[in-house]
Ligand binder design. Sequence first.
Ligand code: FEO
Length: 392
Amino acid sequence: MRPRKIRENVYAVGAVDWDRRLFDALIPLPDGTSYNSYIVRGSEKTALIDTVDPTKRDILFENLRDIASLDYVIAHHGEQDHSGSIPAVLEKYPKAKVVCSPKAKGILMDLLALPENKFITVGDGETLSLGNVTLEFIHTPWVHWPETMVSYLREEKILFTCDFFGSHLAQSGLYVTDEDRVYESAKRYFAEIMMPFRTAIQKNMERLKDHKIEMIAPSHGPVYNRPEFIMEAYRDWISDKPKNGVVVAYVSMHGSTESMVSHLVAALAERGITVYQFNLAEIDIGKLAIALVDAATIVLGTPAVHIGPHPKIASAVYLANALRPKLKFASIIGSYGWGHKIVEQIAAMIPNLKVEVLAPVVCRGLPRDADFAALEKLAEAIALKHKELGLK
Ligand code: FEO
């Protein structure tokens, strides 16, 4: 995309990455992403807010062709999809200084091999005058690294947030026009990188309350000209109260576990519970992460492979444990051929999940009447627990 004017002397100069399909060699990006970068031209100084992934550096430089001199590069976050083009920017503009939090300085020096004299560190609440406009820096740790901060352009009431409130979504327009579409992309993003830091985000959101924000300009995805849309979504996602939902994630090798899953899902649905059923043999793992943002319960369905859970289940359990969702309950169902330690092994893998484990249902071979009855009992126990929490 070419430079696009947002306000007088504020321009979007970043790059859209339509084709990227995987982030961090892990996270599927079905809708691509963008690396947003912004120019703020004050009457005396010019600042570049974040850069772009090095793979899109040429686009950034093309968009900077009319910028003769640059005084500051505001680095909200050390990760290379935003910082990776800073060395090249400093080569082009040797007088520019990198403005970042004290923690970011060390990170950027190590990740990008930048010399110490290129940095100006800013404290929480500190300001930087560009002449007729002022940037205020607000430290917002753990969105999603410890050094992260946002900046607020006071005169225009624009909050530049980097990953915070971002979405992995490639689109030609600069602004959010389809909130439902952006909601899904932003929730995927939140689920995959922000969810473990819900408590920190609660504090950061609280701190933003005193700022009148007319626009949120993140460094991924479209710009929000109705900030309340994404702030309201975040308030819901970071709340401690889950919804009346169950994630059922499973793998089946010969159909026994699948048959148990089908029975349990029907029994839960009959009790008015929303079920998110995922066959992990085929799933986009991002969909599982999205469902974990709200669910009160997770049920893992697995056959025994040797004596432990199927490796695809182990991988999903590892991810769920790392994402620290607000789950309250968990259970395990599955089938084995000659022996198993499914329950013990999965239980040992979820120390971060503060869940009550409800009675597992594991059978040998094909499930029989007694096993289906046990699944019915499990569905009833889940419904009761959700009711006790006031979930509807
Ligand atoms: Fe978009 Fe944490 O980088």
